[in-house]
Design a protein around this ligand. Structure first.
Ligand code: SAM
Length: 442
């Protein structure tokens, strides 16, 4: 760091001794308001610094997907997308290394709402975390896959935007997570750098001519970052794109010949160490015409589903072989099927047909698609519900009910006569002792 930063290194090390800022990004679909003391993250719509770190686990709005807890430097992707004018019309986007999903939620918020977003993650365990976060986030235009980047090298060009938030040596997160510095070594930097170049080369065939590639890491050294970026210009022929507004927010431009990248340093802005470089693929005749290869398929779901789901989406519901119910917007039908022919693309399940319609948690998180009965609960009841303790006050009327807190869907219950069953997913329920947590935060 001393050789990278010369005179600035003392300020850098000083910044590392300060606490990391705490920030969140509001979900535009579930727009909650914040405490007055919060300050906006200047480079991101909906990004906020909090004065202190609350116990997010005790906030039902976090469980409802109203916001995502996110490191502020990463939020620069919002500004990049806006500066590149990618917000005006729908695009097809791929987030290649997506788990746990923070940057997927940024591109989802910034892009045109009819855009198609594929969030891919190679690691199985991390894929399930990504899935839970995407279920919670609540959109119907985010699709998921659990594939190695190699699979994208055999696809014809079809993405207008690809984000590669590459696995890296993680130097920029050592302040936030000191444990992670234990794995650092010079040899690991070389491994990471080579891995990043390989991942980028694998995915580039799938980028449309004229399309945008955003490459990010959360590290400082040049062997990953700018050298990898420069290879994309020298060896692959991408064009490096300048985004001057990034500099005005304190990100430092890093140049190497025709290539520019931007580095966030904790002593220059309120955030951790993100590196970002943006590229455009040269225009050339398209190899394959990919639009509208398929016609919209007819829905194959029974009429009684109308009682639980908004009538607008019913014509575009689909039942899988295992009777799971999914919503696929007509504008995404062709892209979904085209990709699904080559890899397993997952949608968020809204429910299942089992002697009637059994709604899923994915539907509770998309409360705008639910048309059944709703029960509003208060803060204490919400925590009990999330803990899967009995909530005395809850209505036991027979049938499915959506439980809401401050108007946002939390989960489902089913009244069965004298009692109700709590359908909050076991894998998501609060397991820690709420009483103790509340005492500690009081
Ligand atoms: N984009 C995520 C976010 O903002 O929440 C963070 C992604 S993290 C920096 C990098 C991801 O790359 C990890 O989820 C990791 O599992 C994945 N990864 C690791 N090795 C990989 C490889 N060889 N190819 C593709 N992805 C890989």
């Amino acid at each position: 760091m001393e050789s990278l930063l010369s005179d600035d290194h003392a300020a850098f090390f000083q910044a590392l001794s300060l606490p990391s800022p705490v920030s969140i990004r509001i979900n535009p679909l579930k727009p909650v308001s914040l405490a007055e003391q919060s300050r906006p993250v200047p480079w991101c719509k909906g990004g906020w610094y909090l004065r202190e770190r609350p116990k997010f686990i005790l906030d039902p709005l976090w469980h409802a997907g109203c916001y995502y807890v996110q490191e502020p430097s990463s939020m620069i992707i919002d500004l990049v997308i806006r500066e590149l004018n990618l917000t005006k019309s729908p695009v097809t986007a791929l987030d290649l290394c997506a788990a746990p999903g923070g940057k997927t939620t940024i591109i989802n918020s910034a892009l045109h709402p009819e855009s198609f977003i594929l969030a891919n993650e190679v690691n199985k365990k991390r894929f399930s975390i990504l899935k839970n976060n995407m279920i919670r986030w609540g959109y119907t235009n985010v699709f998921m896959s659990n594939e190695d980047p190699r699979i994208f090298s055999s696809l014809p060009p079809q993405f207008d935007l690809i984000l590669v938030d590459a696995p890296c040596s993680g130097e920029g997160l050592f302040r936030k997570d000191p444990q992670s510095s234990r794995h650092w070594s010079q040899a690991n930097i070389r491994v990471c750098s080579r891995r990043q170049s390989r991942i980028l080369k694998d995915v580039l065939p799938a980028l449309n001519p004229g399309g945008t590639l955003i490459y990010t890491t959360c590290t400082f050294n040049h062997e990953e970052n700018i050298k990898v970026a420069q290879n994309l210009v020298d060896d692959v022929g991408l064009r490096s794109i300048e985004i001057p507004l990034i500099e005005s927010h304190g990100f430092l431009p890093i140049k190497s010949q025709d290539t520019i990248g931007y580095q966030a340093y904790p002593h220059l802005l309120k955030g951790e160490g993100l590196f970002l470089a943006v590229f455009q693929k040269n225009e050339s005749p398209k190899r394959d015409s990919l639009k509208n290869l398929r016609k919209t398929r007819q829905t194959n779901v029974p009429d009684y589903i109308n009682a639980s789901l908004s009538s607008e989406i019913v014509p575009n519901l689909h039942a899988s072989k295992t009777n799971d119910i999914f919503y696929l917007a007509p504008e995404h039908d062709a892209t979904y099927h085209r990709l699904n022919d080559r890899m397993a693309v997952e949608l968020v399940k809204l429910g299942q047909l089992k002697k009637g319609f059994v709604p899923s948690h994915g539907l509770a998180m998309r409360a705008h698609l639910f048309s059944g009965s709703t029960i509003a609960i208060n803060y204490d009841e919400a925590l009990q519900y999330l803990y899967k303790q009995p909530v005395e006050e809850l209505n036991h009327q027979v049938g499915w009910h959506l439980v809401t807190y401050k108007g946002y869907g939390l989960g489902l219950i089913k009244g069965v006569g004298r009692r109700y069953n709590n359908y909050y997913p076991n894998s998501l329920r609060i397991r820690r002792d709420i009483k103790r947590l509340r005492q500690a935060s009081d």
